[in-house]
Design a protein around this ligand. Structure first.
Ligand SMILES: CC(C)(COP(=O)(O)OP(=O)(O)OC[C@H]1O[C@@H](n2cnc3c(N)ncnc32)[C@H](O)[C@@H]1OP(=O)(O)O)[C@@H](O)C(=O)NCCC(=O)NCCS
Length: 191
């Protein structure tokens, strides 16, 4: 994610998260945080114009990766782009030697919960009245150890499906790399 992406990110952020969405300043601060990793998903149209269609971020602190945000432009929902972002953050967590991944999600956000459950996240706890707008509880989700063989199997199976799906979709860019090639999970012998 770069500062120049923020004008395109903010409208997605407002739709995705409503009244208490992050400010431009919050993103700017996050990008300056050495423990934070933010990525933007870009699509290049036939006429060469790049559109921001999603973004996500995580922190990696003391062996814990924590997904801080994730959103897809509503016009592009349901096309596995959320999954691409999750796998990218997952890859970052592995590269940064995180042992597991955690996140908070609204109890009412079934779409996001389904997405995370698909990648092996499980319910680990609840933070009562966590959200400022409606005082809704947050569910705390966590993966098993990323090195756990069963978790690796879950992840690899989903990653395989995604790779096949996006095999020839070279109009998509995440970070600085074309999809799906950037995500090598064969790092450090973890996966
Ligand atoms: C959550 C979000 C990122 C998902 O992005 P997306 O690109 O539409 O999702 P994908 O197409 O990658 O779907 C992946 C999985 O999510 C779940 N999912 C997606 N859309 C769903 C829906 N309408 N209802 C239920 N589950 C859904 C499914 O498990 C799906 O897997 P499947 O296709 O095998 O059923 C997107 O809806 C979004 O930006 N929401 C607003 C912001 C937000 O809630 N972020 C998460 C904060 S924790």
């Amino acid at each position: 994610m770069e500062a120049s992406h923020l004008p395109a990110i903010m409208p997605i952020e407002a739709v995705a998260f409503g009244k208490f969405h992050w400010s431009t300043e919050a993103f700017t601060n996050e990008m300056a945080n050495p423990q934070a990793h933010y990525c933007t998903l870009l699509e290049t149209t036939a006429d060469g114009i790049q559109t921001i269609i999603g973004y996500g971020g995580c922190w990696v602190v003391c062996n814990e990766g924590h997904i801080t945000t994730l959103a897809v432009n509503p016009a592009y929902k349901g096309q596995s782009l959320g999954e691409l972002l999750v796998t990218h953050l997952y890859g970052i967590a592995i590269q940064q030697e995180a042992h597991w991944l955690t996140l908070e999600v609204r109890g009412s956000n079934i779409t996001a919960q389904n997405l995370y459950y698909k990648y092996g996240f499980r319910l680990a706890g609840r933070r009562p009245r966590y959200y400022q707008d409606n005082h809704e509880d947050a569910l705390l989700l966590t993966t098993p150890e990323l090195a756990n063989p069963q978790q690796q199997q879950v992840f690899q199976a989903q990653w395989q499906v995604l790779q096949e799906r996006f095999h020839q979709k070279n109009s998509l860019l995440i970070g600085h790399s074309l999809l799906p090639t950037p995500l090598s999970f064969e790092t450090e012998g973890i996966i």
